[in-house]
Design a protein around this ligand. Structure first.
Ligand code: KG4
Ligand code: ZN
Length: 354
């Protein structure tokens, strides 16, 4: 079976062709994966502007799908998998409408896919099926969620952020330090040269009430807004004492040390929760997916903890860590094989639950 995947939930227009291999350990093969990034458009505004994003998806979708089909050199498409949510509703609608029209003209089914199920599937694309039970952290610009997986394709939420996502904290701290958008790669680069003990930023404390809590004990939740605020306070105080305005950058040495200190707290917080859950649930593997999984320190430290605990660590290839359609096609294939009924009347769901 060969599936065309389409992803338009945020600021990348992506299409990919993924084929089922028949090998149970490595079930999917990526034939093509095209990503048109809108980063240059949103950079000017310091973050993603939903209306601009939707309009750019309309401009890019046909060309991106044509390229994905041409690169795969396979005329036979058996189904179309598309991100149904969560994401920006106008952007999701572009991908979903395109997918329905394409599927209808070819007489093939449309498979709706949850964006985070896609990120989790990026782990399988890179490393093959994960030994079960697995604990997976999905950490991106919009999400920081921890899942337990006992059967591939079904996910139990163990905890998630109560406020900012980790990637969002990266983006906001980068904005504060005038490092541009998106913030994750910029902070990651500078942090390599910094002293990660230079500033003692606090670890998260879950003291505030959880207003939109699902029915979870909450002990495996995350919180990054306190950390972000303490970086803001620290930077404001340093600017004052150096007689700088909020528009001025801090001296480079200080900026680098702030990045390293901030990154240490984020990475340690994420990995403590992940490996703690892995121990409690006797996981035979752990995974880290989503845009923040591209982070160099997160990858190295995760590998070290994996060695120390004897638990294999799955991370996606760099190209599959940020949003892409190959992961959506693969997750769609899994859903289809589990016997999903597909209909053309599916709608975009901005807050779809996994
Ligand atoms: O998964 P993704 O492409 O989109 C969402 O679904 O949100 O994740 C984007 C997020 C952004 O917040 C970006 O700053 C972050 O991933 N990111 C990183 C790195 N590369 C991207 N964060 C930390 N370190 C990186 N190297
Ligand atoms: Zn994503």
């Amino acid at each position: 079976m060969i599936v065309l995947g389409i992803e338009t939930s945020c600021d990348e227009t992506s299409a990919a062709v993924v084929e089922e291999t028949g090998d149970r350990a490595r079930p999917w093969r990526v034939c093509s994966n095209i990503v048109a990034s809108q980063v240059a458009i949103h950079r000017e505004w310091g973050g993603v502007v939903p209306e601009l994003s939707a309009r750019q998806h309309v401009r890019d979708i046909c060309g991106v799908v044509e390229r994905a089909l041409a690169d795969a050199a396979s005329p036979a498409i058996d189904a179309v998998a598309v991100t149904q949510g969560p994401g920006l509703v106008g952007s999701l609608l572009v991908g979903l409408s395109f997918a329905k029209a394409f599927a209808w003209t070819r007489g093939v089914p449309v498979i709706p896919v949850h964006h985070l199920a896609g990120h989790i599937e990026s782990l399988v694309l890179e490393g093959g099926e994960m030994p079960m039970p697995a604990v997976v952290l999905v950490v991106s610009g919009g999400h920081t969620s921890l899942y337990r997986i006992t059967t591939p394709g079904s996910y139990e939420l163990l905890g998630r952020t109560r406020d900012d996502a980790a990637g969002e904290a990266y983006d906001k701290v980068a904005k504060l330090l005038h490092l541009g958008y998106p913030g994750g790669p910029a902070i990651d680069d500078l942090a390599r040269r910094g002293n990660d003990r230079a500033v003692a930023f606090p670890r998260m404390r879950l003291t505030h009430a959880d207003r939109n809590a699902p029915d979870l004990p909450g002990t495996r939740d995350f919180s990054f807004s306190g950390l972000k605020t303490s970086v803001l306070r620290y930077v404001t105080a340093r600017r004052l004492s150096l007689d700088l305005t909020p528009q001025d950058p801090l001296p480079e040495r200080e900026t680098i040390d702030i990045c390293a200190s901030f990154q240490r707290v984020v990475v340690e917080t994420l990995l403590d929760r992940l490996f703690d859950a892995a121990r409690s649930y006797q996981a035979r593997s752990v995974g880290i997916a989503g845009g923040v999984s591209a982070n160099s320190r997160l990858r190295t430290d995760a590998e070290q903890r994996g060695h120390a605990t004897g638990i294999p660590v799955f991370v996606p290839a760099m190209a599959l860590s940020t949003d892409n359609a190959a992961m959506i096609a693969a997750a769609g294939l899994r859903r289809f094989r589990q016997g999903l009924d597909t209909f053309l009347d599916i709608n975009a769901e901005a807050s779809l639950v996994l």
